[in-house]
Each structure stands twice: as C-alpha cells, then as structure tokens.
Design a protein around this ligand. Structure first.
Ligand SMILES: [Mg+2]
Length: 177
C-alpha cells in the first residue's frame, strides 16, 4: 500500500518543479491539480510565477491539462483563463480521470506526470495509473476542514515513508516544515 503513496519527486511549490529533470525521465505530458497547486484554494487567479512556469513548460514542449476534483464551473473558468484543457473529474484518486487526461495529452502513462499537493488523491491516483508522481506543497494554508484532517494523515504517511527509506530526509523536511 505504501508504495502507492510514495511520490517520485517532492518540491516546495509548482514553480520549483524541475522541468528538465522531468523531461530526462521521459515525461512529455503534465497533468496539473488545480486547488492549492495552481491556485490558492477556491481561487481562479494563478500567481505571476505560476503563469511564468506554465509558459516555460509549454516552451519545453510539455503538453498540459488540468485534472481537478473542484467545482466544475470554477475549474472551467480557471482552465479557460489559462488556456489549458481540463478534465472535470470529482474522482481522483480513481483511475478514470487519469486515463482521460493521458488520452487528451496523447501520452502513455509512463510519459505523463501528475503534479499535485495531496497524497491521497494526486499521488495515489497517479501511482495507480502508472504516472510519474510529483508532490508539491499547498499554495496556501486555507483549506476545507476535511482537508485539514487529511493533512494529519498525510503527515503520518510521510513519516512512515521516511522510516521505510522510500523518501529521503530532505524531501520529508520539505513537506513537514
Ligand atoms: Mg489540490
């Protein structure tokens, strides 16, 4: 079970994600979580640094799409504002949305990375689907009460991952500091 919750890479934010490193792994398509990855929870306006990173990703030849469990209207508005295709899912960590995303991007699962802030939706769904999984820290601390509970569980899992040597201490500290 724990291997399904182990991110391949961990970064402090989306804008810190090393695109060249992903490219060397064979990644050609990026599936982006929306809430607390691209924008703060409940918002539709990405930071300038995020827009800049998205431009760099596109210039590097990456295909992009958004896969979100968020409200369809806000997902659509944000995606349209960014000019990035999206998949309404409500279903992460189920595999269906991930499969649809890879189909949309025209990539094989192993050439596709999911970038998101949650272990139990983004990383779990990505691992189940054979994607490369990239965990980033949430954009803001503002979250649903439900998500705050989930964060407690995430911290426990991160500690187990560290104990089992599935992630290194630097990655763990990045996530827990
Ligand atoms: Mg999220």
């Amino acid at each position: 079970m724990l291997h399904l919750l182990t991110p391949d890479e961990i970064y402090p934010s989306l804008t810190a994600v090393d695109l060249e490193r992903l490219r060397r792994r064979g990644v050609r398509g990026l599936v982006l979580d929306l809430d607390n990855t691209l924008v703060a929870y409940g918002r539709t306006d990405p930071a300038e640094a995020v827009l800049d990173w998205l431009r760099r990703a596109q210039e590097a030849g990456m295909r992009l799409c958004i896969l979100s469990n968020g409200r369809p209207r806000r997902v659509r508005l944000t995606a349209q504002r960014l000019g990035i295709p999206w998949i309404e899912s409500y279903s992460k960590p189920r595999r269906r949305g991930f499969r649809e995303a890879a189909r949309l991007l025209g990539t094989q699962p192993h050439e596709t990375a999911i970038l998101g802030d949650q272990l139990f939706t983004d990383v779990l769904g990505g691992r189940r689907s054979g994607f490369v999984t990239v965990l980033v820290n949430p954009v803001s601390r503002r979250e649903l009460p439900h998500t705050r509970l989930v964060r407690l569980l995430e911290r426990l899992v991160m500690r187990l991952l560290l104990w089992q040597g599935r992630i290194d201490r630097d990655a763990w500290q990045l996530r827990t500091s």
